[in-house]
Design a protein around this ligand. Sequence first.
Ligand code: NAD
Length: 474
Amino acid sequence: MEAPTTDSPVTSPLNAGDGLDAAALVAGLRTYFRSGTTADLNWRRQQLGQLRRMILDNESRFLQALEKDLHKAPQEGFLTEVAGVCGDIDHALKHLKKWVRPRRASTPIVAQPGKSYILPEPLGVVLIIGAWNYPLQLLLSPLVPAIAAGNCAVLKPSELAPATSKLVAELLPRYLDNDAFACVEGAVPETTALLEQRWDHILYTGGGQVGKIVMTAAARHLTPVTLELGGKSPCIVADDANIEVAARRIAWGKFTNAGQTCIAPDYLLCTRATAERLLPEIEKVVREMFGADPRTSSDYGRIVNRRHAERVAAYIADGEVFFGGEVDVENRYVAPTLLRNVGLETAVMQEEIFGPVLPVIELDEFSQAEQFVNERDKPLALYVFTQNEATADRILARCSSGNACINDCMMFMAAHDLPFGGVGPSGIGAYHGEHGFRTFSHYKAVMKRSNIFDLDLRYAPFSARKFKLLRLLR
Ligand code: NAD
């Protein structure tokens, strides 16, 4: 498909939730998938190139949309959304040839002469449901491996980030093959209509409650799912941590996008002595980043909507404010806030915070950290700040989490070769790089036999001689 030459909107019957005929949409995509077009490697490369073009041609519009939806500073939007997706595309284009290659497997004597291999094949028509906090990246990053693996796809952006949703719905049909891809805007009714259809895979990003709805709907068709969920990601700071570096990286991980990041550190775990050194340092860093009044900083985000602003603001009463605590619900502002003396039964320690409120759990002994983590749901991310490798390795070995980072927060996202996904309640499956390609592929086991020679051991009539030989060859 050629790139568009004008700015005139392309009207596609597939790019709007209005009057959505989900069954017809999927049927059309399936027919196209069966034509074999999407399996062609050149087509995949061309579509990936077009996706990159779509983003780069319209970069400033995307950054504006992100600013509108979440008050995301353009530089932050570029780093965490635009650059992330473009990096995924470049990585896929670089490695696609290797990913699609059949992998050789051994062939047993009883199947000789013959050869065995694993052949990646596209799944078919997939559904990608995005969340609002990184509305561009969480929608397009899964699309990259879906295209790379040779699938057709429907994208369902989050209605809670309407400017980004609208822009993707407008641009996608202008750049990508309309017979293979569609964007359906909308909320619960549209998502429900989509979920009633039979898909070959569903990748959903969002909260666990809706994750259950998605998985239940998928089960009706035995459709496999990837669920990218959330949870409370602990951030453990050991007594020997480099406090200055830890404070900067924790503040960045927690307060980027006003804390609305699925892998943001949810709470801090450290000894009382370490808290005395760490907390003033985090406060200092927050001032350096966003000034004395973060409300006036163009670099500090806003909560996505009033309902979430009220929810996050309510957590502040669950502890003693060390710094921050200012709230302006009307303007969806919640200051970067650090809480001490937080009860473990309070909402801030029971629910995923998903906002700029950071409770600190102060331990008598550092050794209690491990048990604290293991008594709770397996988190999406686990952070450990320590200069002692044995401490880090011990926690890594004892505490399960979807992803982990030693001496930093969230940076594993930058490594294309690392799978990104949760474990237990924080998610099912993973993507990014080749792991995403695997998610959207079926690895078909193939054996090719020769007609030259046909060992008769498996055929009746059986005999003592055949049995003896069979025992020798098995
Ligand atoms: P959301 O409200 O944007 O919902 C996600 C998607 O589900 C949207 O497209 C929405 O339309 C759809 N949806 C909502 N209600 C539905 C229903 N009843 N039936 C069918 N579909 C429905 O996002 P959210 O759930 O508020 O996202 C926040 C959560 O997502 C947090 O828990 C966060 O940790 C998690 N998250 C995870 C990742 C990850 O990659 N693991 C990334 C971002 C967010």
